[in-house]
Design a protein around this ligand. Sequence first.
Ligand SMILES: O=C(O)CCC(=O)C(=O)O
Ligand SMILES: [Fe+2]
Length: 855
Amino acid sequence: MDSLQDEVKAALRSTDRLKLRASSDRCGISTTTKTSTAQLRRNLQQWLDDVDGLVLPPRCSAVILRRAFTTVLCSSVALVCARRDYAVISVGTLSTSILYWRKPRRGSVERQFDRLWVLLSFLYQGRSACRELGAGRLATYWALALITLGCYARARRLGAAGSLDASARWHSGIHLVGNVANAILYADPGLDAIDAWSRFPFLVAYWAVVAATYVIVVPEDAPAPKRPKRAPRRSPRLAAAMAGLAHALAPTARAPPRGPTRLVVRPRELHRCDSYVVIDKPPSLSMDGVQALYPEAKFCHQLDAATSGCLALALSRPAARRAHDAFRARNVRKTYVAIVDGVIDLDAFPARDAAPCLLEPPAPVSLPAYAFYEGEQKRVRTYGAATPPDEFLLATPWSVAKRNATLRAPFDAQAAEAAARARELHEEQRVAASLGIYRRGAELVVDVPLTDDPERFVVGVGTGKRAVSVFRVFATGHLHGKPATKVEVDLLTGRRHQIRAHLKHAGHPIFGDATYGGSTAPRLMLHARRLDLVDGVAADAGDPLELDDNAADVIRSGGVYVEESWLPRDLALALRTDALALRELFERSGVTNEAARPKLFGDEDRETLTLTKRVGGDRAARAELDRRLDVLRVALGEELGRRLSADEQYYSVHGPGAYLGLHMDERHEAFKAEGFAETSRRSVSWLVYLNEKPVGGELRSYCRESAGACGADEGNLQVGWLGAEPVFLDAYVRGADDEALYGLYIRDGARRYVSEPFGADSASWRAARGDREDLDADAFHGALGRMVDAELRSAYTSVEDRDGSRIIDVAPTLGTLVLFDSAASVHEVLPTLEGRRVAVAGWFHEACREAPDWY
Ligand SMILES: O=C(O)CCC(=O)C(=O)O
Ligand SMILES: [Fe+2]
């Protein structure tokens, strides 16, 4: 079967421009329609030169480094054990390997040098082995040495054939087997150079480090644990050293192939027959990687390295031809799923039939004030009239109310807002129409040509090739705390990057798609779910992309759960009207629950009104809100395993410029001033926003990815992080005289304490906090950090530390619900820019930890 190199060579021999272009595509060389034939040839020749000489591509560096590491250890141990000759050989061999890697051109001086060194050291070792080893050991040594040579020969052959991943695997075999052979030589008890006293530690140390290399450095190809309880046991120094070495080794002459490639992954086969195999390509397996795994197969089509899912390979030339013909004739059906930024609002796009007339905007339709008045009457009738104003409203027809300016003012305002929104929507639709984006039933059609440039594909109306994608909204929710939509995609044409570019064009780039401005995600959230090829070949790769729309999961892991339109519009508006009507009862309010820091009340502070049964106003609307909150509280409590009660609720109004500084909603009782200790504490913070128009005033939260459940553990509150592990403060560690001491711990299956127990009066705690009796947040957390065991201290950060956190901003739009853990989330409210920012918010409480019996 032809390798990719043979295909490139054939393309170079021919004068067919299309062939040259196709080969360039397959080699991952970016081209444009303007790239000349000569340039195509030059690029391909360059590729061939590089690949011909390239034995170890940089993407294989991780695996080889792991193996090469044994060589480094081997030489250090030899040095420690006074075998300087072997130490020199080991170091020399490693640098040879590195040279070989960096200057892989055939016939280069470096290569000759490599060969010479390896040959000489091999002869030296062989000679030593013959002199120093007994018969049995000598035979084993030579057997392993020959296997090492075999690995080398095989790595070379595979490298030359273009199977670079496989070549790298065999190369790592050189290090592995070669070092075992060396171990047999070094560990011979008959060696004079090793004193009797050093022999034993030498052996133990050697095997310990070799074993540790394979245990500590978790193999990259090992299946990742579902939810790692803690970060892999990789010493940070080791990781840093390896990363540094990998960086130093990366070839400088040629950019590494796009996207990381892992060795090993043998993809799931979804379909196999005599003519085709359809695989479920994992994300990050490049086309090169697939080719190495299926050297005889021909690609029927391409997937970007970062895209996962159905990829069809033809097992014979006629089958490949049939598939290509079918693709060209658009007889192939490809369905993708993707998760995109933001919530796709189909109404923001014009219906296809309506599109042409949108060029000249007709007058937008909006509701008159009386419609809102009647809507309000209907609402009161539904919820029941609880107050005199409600009864008055029911008894007063619009024909009377419209004559009273004060009465009709709020309804006029609503009508004006609705008209503004209608105009805005119309404008959005008009813009979308000119961008070639239409709604067709429940589908969004993007019919915009794509022009390619060397870096990325840009849409260009009137230029490029026609490209049509059809998107269906599957689900809306959140991903990493950000609003997200899951879409299903049908491709009517198959241009490169079509889905990614079209979604970006529609204003909803794909999560994880840095090239097209998508939000960060661990992978590109694009998956080729289904493929209906020719000859009845069909495959379904399932759907691995999930929105994280489970509120309990988001709260538990320290995120911010956001649900737009949680509250129906009319109820949200009723609450807004209620809050504004109760304005005289509001009071200035800055950050609460801070024991020592002075509250900074000023003109720019927000105003709040604590809602109790005694507060008048629109009780019916608030009762309806409570009913919905109760349903939420019970469901959340069950999923979180917390017994939640509804204890606090308030309205807040922020005028222009008002903001709320950075704070936590709940802190450990050890930090609270006298009198703050209660029987219950804030557990889940909830907010519902009541702003129809944009007002600024985003809620900004600083979140960390948490490996375990955060916030609290067995009633002990979280006070910090050790990497991704929440750290809890236990205030009831039993001292020798039954006194309650403090202790910091992480949850590692069982509790693992990461500090010595310390008492309020212990010398260590006094030393950590200095002379101060009342500590502010920074001093308290600083002192706590100093109590963490010395070797872990550098990895500790306070729960209130924002470094390394992810920022999540939530716009306070009408009806949006926000939930987060009160003890784990650091947040602030940005200044309101215009109008009034109105919210109703509160906390679900849970009981504080009770003192133990012995206390
Ligand atoms: O109004 C908001 O968005 C947040 C309010 C808040 O953080 C609080 O009251 O603790
Ligand atoms: Fe807060």
